[in-house]
Ligand binder design. Structure first.
Ligand code: ATP
Length: 235
């Protein structure tokens, strides 16, 4: 198992946002967390990336406990978070934003090589590398956010709502890129409001309801499940 969350609880003050969640990510897989606003999906990603400490339970990465490890160390270990809303440095260029993703790396040639890889995956960013990132379209900004994460040479990507606010055509493009990243050897935890998209892309899905996992299984089974279709897929 590459990444494992075991019976995790997480509180904000007295509010219990995550109530005993367990999930598993195997190498080369995409797993997805779907469910309504406020169900606790982002909190789980924040806990995995060390930004929020669980109140109990365990997070294991390559069989080591990481639930007490600092966020920069987590990045160093290979787990990188692309937060909801992208959080770019909007006044900085595309190139400068990508460079920030490699802030832990001091090796100039590795950084240049990483940037070339990002440009190969997102050719439009090569064209726009000297533009202010705040001036790009939403889809391109999402590519910068994912590219910046790739600059840290992750093994695991945590993607929070990559399709949010994008036009349908761009959503398809981002979806293809997520699959390409998986095919290039990354393992991905995908949080999405767009359940249809998420289940189409992923190997395994977890349906969250108010802090708990209501249901999980192979994504193709969830897609075919009439209950899931009624409640989450707008059928
Ligand atoms: P969304 O898609 O809206 O982000 P989500 O499923 O990712 O939803 P979380 O953001 O994890 O849900 O939030 C879970 C619960 O925790 C919600 O009730 C939310 O209001 C609460 N919450 C989240 N962050 C905080 C915080 N910093 N302080 C207090 N409560 C919070």
């Amino acid at each position: 198992m590459l990444l494992e969350v075991r019976d995790m609880h997480l509180h904000y003050g007295k509010v219990e946002a995550v109530k005993g969640v367990s999930l598993e990510l195997r190498e080369g897989q995409i797993i997805t967390l779907i469910g309504a606003n406020g169900a606790g999906k982002s909190s789980i990603l924040r806990a995995i990336s060390g930004l929020q400490r669980p109140s109990s339970g365990e997070i294991r990465y390559r069989d080591k406990r990481v639930d007490r490890v600092a966020p920069d160390k987590i990045v160093d270990m290979g787990i990188v978070h692309v937060p909801e809303g992208r959080r770019l440095f909007k006044l900085m260029t595309v190139r400068e934003n990508l460079r920030m993703g490699a802030y832990l790396n001091k090796d100039g040639s590795e950084i240049a090589e990483g940037m070339e890889k990002v440009f190969d995956l997102f050719p439009i960013l090569r064209e726009k590398q000297n533009q202010q990132s705040g001036r790009l379209s939403g889809g391109q900004q999402q590519m910068v956010a994912m590219g910046r994460a790739l600059m840290a040479r992750p093994k695991v990507l945590l993607l929070d709502e990559p399709s949010l606010g994008l036009a349908p055509k761009l959503i398809d493009e981002i979806a293809d890129l997520i699959v390409q990243m998986r095919d290039s050897g990354l393992s991905i935890v995908l949080v999405e409001q767009n359940a249809n998209l998420a289940l189409t892309l992923s190997d395994h899905g977890y349906v969250m309801e108010t802090g708990s996992i209501a249901l999980h299984g192979p994504s193709k089974d969830l897609l075919a499940d009439p209950e899931v279709a009624r409640a989450y897929l707008g059928a």
